[in-house]
Design a binder for this molecule. Structure first.
Ligand SMILES: [Mn+2]
Length: 429
């Protein structure tokens, strides 16, 4: 299902907010998306172009896009990461209906926040090829500073390695406006040589096509493709809002020079709001399977949520089916092993809805005692994203909460009373 088909489905179900009035791409569009965070929004007229945002801003929406239940998402992701399957390649792809010279000022590239360094593409996935390692796909934010040039943020991971191996420059294609399978795959951190395209295809089958002017495969169903070259020229990149909703540092980064744009005729631009729920989920969800895998080695793991309240990076809630008293504590250690940036791991029983922060807090309130259930891990190496960690060494204190109920209750019970199930609609008519 292409992004636009998913948007149409959401509209049919009454889940889409459609805004017809004219909206400015500087600040105004981002302000609307932020005010409606958690609800998919289609802006019909952002200086004459269509922009969609908050599309995958809840796990329910992501599950719907993939055609599964929310409780199945972690296993689906884990399965796709473990056993990727390369997709089919087709010609005559929708993403190439129009081929034009690069003038990025004509795209509705949003400027999000007041202190940002410029307009940013933040939903774009870069597709690159290396003779030995094959095809790679990864998210890279891009700050527009000339009508065909971006400063592109590249971490020392696979794309950087591909660029280095090619003498410091590389032809690439960036896709914008994709389905949930590719958006989730683009955020995974698998080994070099393991193709994110195969992960996307395993999550839900999709087709790829050859880019027109560069040696790269791109999703056939994407809305917009930017073809060009990452060149040796550098430019300052930032300020830009991070996953933590605070500003990242300004750095010199390589320049992505865009030479051609291919797109659908009436392309929809996907705006991914930095630090908002859609960004958070897409960053955090690809880490959940590794926590699930580690916890499964020591206890019966039921589900994992890397929570948006914890920046979708620093906090996780893990549901287990407890067999032995020590399962909760073992699960805490395993969760930290599964995601090195984790700072708080909360372990709950499988009757808790881990997607509901109120329910998780209820478990802590009624099933947790600090002197018995708390695990403190002092002087650990934490995440560079955490402003409260030591800025030089990243030193942090990690915390685990075993909020599972004891296997045998002494005194009061630990189970929530059940209310009768009533079809409320009948009483509203
Ligand atoms: Mn990779």
């Amino acid at each position: 299902m292409a992004l636009r088909d998913f948007i149409a489905k959401l509209e049919q179900e009454g889940k889409l907010v459609r805004i017809i009035k004219p909206v400015k791409k500087k600040f105004e569009a981002a302000g609307i998306l932020k005010a409606l965070d958690g609800k998919p929004v289609l802006l019909e007229n952002v200086e004459g172009k269509r922009v969609v945002g908050n599309v995958l801003s809840t796990k329910e929406l992501i599950a719907e896009a993939l055609g599964c239940r929310t409780g199945e998402l972690v296993k689906r992701m884990g399965d796709a990461i473990e056993k990727p399957e390369m997709p089919e390649t087709i010609s005559g792809a929708p993403c190439q209906e129009v081929v034009e010279n690069a003038d990025l000022d004509r795209l509705p590239i949003l400027t999000h926040c007041a202190k940002d360094g410029g307009p940013y593409v933040s939903s774009g996935i870069v597709f690159a090829r290396d003779k030995e390692y094959g095809v790679n796909a990864s998210f890279h934010r891009c700050m527009l500073f000339e009508k065909n040039k971006f400063a592109i943020r590249i971490l020392p991971r696979h794309l950087q390695e591909y660029i280095n191996r090619n003498g410091g420059e590389l032809d690439v294609a960036m896709a914008i406006g994709m389905d949930a399978n590719m958006m989730l795959a683009g955020g995974t951190s698998v080994d070099i040589g393991v193709s994110e395209l195969g992960i996307a295809n395993k999550l839900k089958p999709l087709e790829f096509t050859k880019a027109r002017t560069v040696d790269a495969l791109v999703p056939a169903d994407a809305e917009i493709i930017l073809e060009g070259r990452i060149i040796s020229e550098t430019h300052s990149e930032g300020p830009f809002v991070d996953l933590t909703e605070t500003y990242d540092l300004v750095r010199d980064q390589q320049v992505f020079e865009v030479k051609k744009i291919t797109r659908r005729k009436d392309a929809i631009y996907h705006a991914l709001l930095p630090g908002a729920l859609e960004h958070k989920l897409l960053m955090g969800m690809p880490r959940e399977p590794t926590i699930f895998k580690e916890v499964s080695k020591v206890a019966k793991c039921v589900d994992v949520s890397i929570t948006p309240g914890g920046c979708s990076w620093l906090h996780a809630v893990v549901a287990i089916k407890k067999d032995k008293e020590e399962d909760g504590k073992k699960a805490i250690e395993a969760a930290f092993k599964g995601h090195a940036s984790l700072k708080l791991a909360t372990i709950v029983d499988d009757d808790i809805n881990i997607l509901d922060p109120l329910d998780v807090e209820w478990a802590v309130a009624t099933r947790f005692q600090g002197d018995k259930g708390l695990v403190l891990k002092l002087k650990e190496k934490g995440s560079s994203l955490d402003p409260s960690a030591d800025p030089n060494t990243r030193e942090t204190c990690k915390m685990g909460l075993d909020a599972t109920k004891p296997l045998v209750a002494r005194g009061k019970n630990f189970t929530k009373a059940e209310f009768p199930k009533v079809d409320v609609k009948k009483f509203l008519e």
